[in-house]
Design a protein around this ligand. Sequence first.
Ligand code: TIU
Length: 260
Amino acid sequence: MDPGSHTPTVTDATREVDARPYPYRFAPASTALVIIDMQRDFLEPGGFGESLGNDVSLLTRVVAPVRTLLHAARRTGMTVVHTREGHRPDLGDLPASKRLRGNPTLRIGDEGPRGRVLVRGEEGHDLVDALAPIPGEPVLDKPGKGAFYATDFELLLRTAGITHLLVCGVTTEVCVHTTVREANDRGFECLVVEDGCGSYVPEFHETALRMIAAQNGIFGWTATSAELLPAIDPGALPQDAAATASAPSAARPEPVTTEV
Ligand code: TIU
């Protein structure tokens, strides 16, 4: 469906998602869809992710569910924020610890097949075409793993009256987790989209999701994109959700309940 074909319908009515560990409620007007680092450098061959020794094809399955939610958010006028991890061309915001750690084939700032790795303005640093932002959607450039560190993310959210975050992106246990932990400590209510996130290490993905919902929602909630879609857009077509639910990464993590 053309994402621009509907008149925005954001209201304050509370929506409910059958989430883990228990139902998640949000009002669309005070909720943002946050899409973390869906950049070529992480998702496509020749970039930073591959230089770290990772199989980037493990992340491409995330694009379709995120695209479904992004279009639903656009149809209904929900706030959308995209983030990108990267650095200034002079690398003045790149700590030596981040540049030098490990033994990658390409380091941040080096010239690679998609331009200079994780450097702002380079081809590899930008978002994948399928999730390209449209005018009015902020793109937040961040030098760290978390979206709050050394950025104006919190100011943007507070100014817009946002209290709830629907979080997608890559990778689940690195930038998604760091951002959700930062958001949780700042009082934001976060729901992480299970098949809307991905990791180069599938077991880390599953465990990271379980960690969010463990201990009665220690960092927030998780739900599949199919569970979330009708809460964002009650008019969404059933086949949109069905297509998403059948994606291979839509497996639900087992809820973990612990006595604390
Ligand atoms: N390496 C890895 O798993 N992730 C990152 O370096 N950045 C993000 O997660 N965006």
